[in-house]
Design a binder for this molecule. Structure first.
Ligand code: 4NP
Length: 162
């Protein structure tokens, strides 16, 4: 086992709805498993419109309802150096993933994948809830809660002592 935490970056368009929920949900399941020190987690935006902002109020409400807090997160832009400093970069929808692939430097260290492909094996998006209702945010939570458990399970051999 290496002591360096496994680094995961969750990426969406605004970094105020889906990727903060994905980050928070994964942190929550890792904490429940007693493995939070084995991971470094962050999220980032492909777009510029909400940089520096806290998560959408509806995302914070859904997180709180399910027992975790994302209110201290702030939207930041994806950086070129992220492809070097993270092990895994997950695009929340198919457009995010296509954009990430186009931006991936040839020498990138990170594995770049579509969130639901990496977690569930389906080439599907986590749908953008921004113009939707609280129910759409709840749907995002359900997807990332399930995704987080599957992702953690798949990474256990990498982060647990042999
Ligand atoms: P996110 O949601 O990409 O899940 O953070 C969105 C946030 C803002 C916008 C679109 C999606 N927007 O168009 O400003």
């Amino acid at each position: 086992m290496t002591d360096t935490p496994y680094a995961i970056l969750f990426v969406c368009l605004g970094n105020i709805c889906r990727s903060p929920l994905a980050e928070g949900a994964f942190r929550h399941v890792a904490e429940q498993a007693g493995l939070s020190d084995r991971f470094r987690l962050d999220s980032a935006a492909l777009g510029r419109s909400h940089l520096g902002h806290p998560p959408d109020r509806r995302a914070m409400m859904v997180a709180a309802r399910h027992g975790f807090d994302i209110s201290t997160l702030r939207a930041r832009r994806l950086m070129r150096t992220d492809f070097e400093s993270f092990d895994l970069i997950l695009g929340m929808d198919r457009i995010n993933f296509a954009d990430l692939r186009a931006l991936t430097p040839r020498e990138a260290r990170a594995e770049v994948a579509l969130y639901r492909e990496r977690t569930e094996g389906v080439q599907e998006s986590v749908p953008d809830p921004y113009y939707g209702t609280i129910h759409d945010f709840e749907t995002v939570y359900q997807l990332v809660e399930r995704g987080s458990r599957a992702l953690l399970e798949s990474l256990l051999p990498r982060v647990q002592a042999a």
